[in-house]
Design a protein around this ligand. Structure first.
Ligand code: SF4
Length: 359
């Protein structure tokens, strides 16, 4: 399912409920990744949800029943009640995926315990095709080697393995090698996060639009024969490239940034994305589903005709793509502005100041 399309998109109304719910269980993490969205810290923040508040959040998510529920961080393994919460979520029938950091907390027994709880997927980060590149990214020597071992444990425990790569200027020249490595590690899915300059990530680390376009074209080509699913995050332009090759009669929208996607921060803040720090409510006082349905920001993000950027607002692909709203906010301060990653220039009107090339 390349391009950020989640299961069941055609059958479900994205205005009605999210398909993907992501809970940042804690911001604590032992790593110090240079691009960390959460600006993770060594210790949990004092305002993180208590176990009782987390139970209430899970009950809300259980009522939504999203096809995809991901627990992330920081490092979710730093949360003391994590396994109790996963067990509760599984008992509600939720398919729980976990995105742990690769630290000393992630041991073979940890993976076995997650398998016993019925964990539906584990996502590990793979930001370089070699130890030097990956460990520089992660800010911790030895992380690449540990990741290779952890991939084996996940595979051996029979949990679907997903590998996540933050695409940036640091590794864009390694994507061919990363593709081969993801295949050799037996991953079920490769998730490419195109860097958004939020948290610790800097604007200068984003790849330029012309290179992004070349990567999308390459992804569209390799995704047809890849032995794993390919998905992009914060880069729905892949859907434009795919649609140009093979029009989708259903015109299904990309999922992301409040459109079929909701993020709950460690303190309960309800946000359209982990990369978009605009808060629509808080699960301590607000109903998650009602906020998703009714909040003006979420509604605007789901409305392709609300886009204000001169390119996205005029683009024939704005319903199936719509650009990364997180990157628009990070760069222009307006979540409805153009996505500066995109190289596409619609036939009219004039291109925006953010540049781009005709295609
Ligand atoms: S101009 Fe905007 S809507 Fe069109 S393809 Fe680019 S990012 Fe997507």
């Amino acid at each position: 399912m390349p391009g950020g399309h989640a299961p069941g998109t055609a059958e479900r109304d994205l205005d009605d409920r999210p398909l993907v719910v992501v809970w940042e269980a804690t911001r604590a993490c032992a790593l110090a990744c240079r691009h960390c969205r959460a600006s993770a810290q060594r210790r949990p923040a004092p305002d993180e949800l208590t176990p009782a508040e987390a139970r209430d959040l899970l009950a809300q998510i259980g009522r939504i029943r999203p096809p995809v529920f991901v627990i992330t961080g920081g490092d979710p393994l730093e949360r003391a009640d994590l396994f109790e919460r996963i067990a509760e979520a599984a008992a509600m029938g939720l398919r729980v995926s976990l995105a742990p950091s690769v630290t000393a907390r992630l041991q073979r027994q940890t993976v076995a315990s997650l398998a016993a709880l019925g964990c539906a997927g584990i996502q590990l980060s793979l930001d370089g095709a070699d130890a030097e590149t990956h460990d520089r990214f992660r800010g911790c020597p030895g992380t690449f080697a540990r990741t290779m071992r952890a991939c084996g444990w996940v595979r051996e425990e029979g949990i679907p393995l997903s590998l996540g790569t933050t695409v940036s200027t640091h590794n864009a020249d390694q994507l061919d090698e990363l593709y081969e490595l993801v295949g050799s590690l037996g991953a079920a899915r490769w998730d490419l996060f195109f860097l958004v300059p939020a948290g610790r990530a800097q604007a200068g680390e984003m790849i330029p639009p012309t290179l992004a376009e070349a990567v999308m074209i390459w992804l569209a080509a390799v995704s047809t024969d890849a032995p794993f699913a390919i998905k992009t995050t914060e880069a729905p332009q892949l859907r434009r490239v795919l649609a140009a090759r093979r029009p989708d009669p259903n015109g299904r929208p990309a999922v992301g940034d409040g459109k079929g996607f909701v993020f709950i921060a460690a303190n309960g803040d309800i946000r359209p994305s982990g990369f978009l720090p605009l808060v629509a409510g808080n699960t301590r006082r607000d109903d998650l589903l009602a906020t998703y349905r009714r909040d003006p920001l979420f509604r605007a993000l789901r409305d392709p005709d609300a886009l204000t950027g001169p390119r996205c607002s005029q683009c024939g692909y704005r319903r199936t793509c719509g650009g990364s709203r997180s990157r628009a906010y990070a760069v222009y301060g307006d979540p409805l502005a153009d996505d500066p990653l995109c190289a596409h220039v619609p036939p009219s009107p004039a291109p925006s100041a953010s540049g781009g090339v005709p295609c």
